[in-house]
Ligand binder design. Structure first.
Ligand SMILES: Cc1ncc(COP(=O)(O)O)c(C=O)c1O
Length: 369
């Protein structure tokens, strides 16, 4: 069995012809087939999702909003909220016979956290994992995937999702192979189910049923849909607020626009982990009351401010906090509310980007925080 050896990596430049691209992918897939998967003991995944709400220590807001709390899920073994859905997707697939323990390659397009969760689960069940990530993802994040034994394909970002070199297209190409299973995190119902079964009940229980507003950064939208569905069943007046990026089109879908009418409005952005240019099947707009859009500048700046509040979290957590301030400003959150803020991942994978002054300067973001 392979021990602590890093998973391999290849880069797609975007300049390959389709034949060259497919030949490169085929030869890489063949090398992954021949490698021994990493092994991790199942016991490390048993506590996934079972983490407490932590009261946010913001001296100014706390005075005004006494019950303001945050759900801190950064201590899942692969360091993010996505461990919860990764475990569900893999275990549901095993149970339903869609994958074979120790045999099927699990492949997915992921900006990092789902990949880490899937890599972890692959190592638990002895399956090789092949991940496609966009090239804007930090090297540190990619290294984390490889440390869990995943093999990584880095794909270009600034191209249309339909381009054969895009990370969606590469994922779909891998899905055409018989021995590769693609969980399809955007459309796989186990994604939403995991949050309906675990994260939603956890927020309800930990807030003693007092929660009135939940603010959640959204990508595949499994987190918000699962939590929203569960909490609205408990109390339909609980407000579910999605956090979207500028450049994403999720908020436009909520406004009733059809995907084909707005997809061309999507554009790339620097903040990582949330926002979409597609309509994921996991997006249940019926349980989302509002979207708040957060810019690269405000989200990244806030991520650098959060440690002063005792919160050393990732970029979408910074955005979550900006959205809270905006929600207060817009009157979606009042003094009487019991707010739960979702902080989806830890700061650890972002030390070389948002917490690095050089990276911030290169991107022309302020470093005065
Ligand atoms: C850091 C981070 N924040 C937010 C999200 C969005 O969560 P979801 O895909 O459940 O909408 C993700 C998803 O990958 C993420 O990695």
């Amino acid at each position: 069995m392979r021990g602590t050896q890093l998973g391999s990596i290849i880069h797609i430049s975007g300049r390959e012809t389709i034949d060259e691209l497919h030949a490169k992918l085929d030869s890489y897939i063949q090398s992954v087939r021949q490698s021994n998967p990493m092994r991790i003991d199942k016991k490390y995944t048993e506590k996934i999702g079972n983490l407490p709400l932590i009261t946010l220590d913001d001296p100014i807001l706390k005075k005004k909003y006494r019950s303001l709390r945050t759900l801190d899920i950064s201590y899942n073994p692969a360091l993010s909220i996505k461990d919860i859905m990764a475990r569900q997707m893999v275990e549901d697939a095993l149970q339903e016979g869609r994958i074979v323990k120790g045999k099927t390659i699990i492949a997915e397009a992921t900006s990092g956290n789902t990949g880490a969760g899937i890599a972890l689960m692959g190592a638990v069940y002895g399956n090789n994992v092949l991940l496609v990530v966009p090239n804007k993802v930090s090297e540190e994040k990619i290294k984390r995937l490889r440390k869990f034994g995943a093999h990584v394909i880095v794909a270009p970002t600034k191209i249309a999702p339909t381009d054969p070199h895009s990370y969606y297209s590469i994922r779909d190409y891998m899905g055409t192979k018989n021995d590769i299973w693609v969980p399809q995190q955007y459309d796989n119902p186990s994604n939403t189910k995991a949050h309906y079964l675990y994260t939603g009940p956890q927020i309800w229980k930990e807030s003693n049923g007092n929660v009135t507003v939940v603010i959640i950064p959204t990508g595949t939208s499994g987190t918000i849909s699962g939590i929203g569905r569960y909490l609205k069943e408990k109390n339909r007046n609980i407000k579910i607020i999605g956090v979207d990026t500028i450049g994403s089109i999720l908020y436009l879908l909520k406004q009733g626009y059809a995907l084909e009418d707005v997809q061309h409005l999507s554009h790339s952005y620097d903040i990582q982990g949330f926002g979409e240019d597609i309509y994921p099947k996991n997006l249940d707009l019926n349980v989302i009351d509002e979207y708040i859009r957060v810019s690269d500048m405000s989200g990244l700046t806030m991520t650098r401010i959060l440690p002063a509040l005792g919160v050393f979290q990732g970029q979408s957590s910074g955005a979550s906090y900006v959205a809270l301030l905006e929600a207060i400003h817009k009157g979606f959150v009042t003094k009487k509310d019991h707010v739960v803020l979702m902080f989806p991942d830890s700061a650890i994978p972002y030390r070389k980007d948002v917490f690095n002054d050089e990276w911030m300067k290169e991107k022309k973001f302020s470093i005065n925080y």
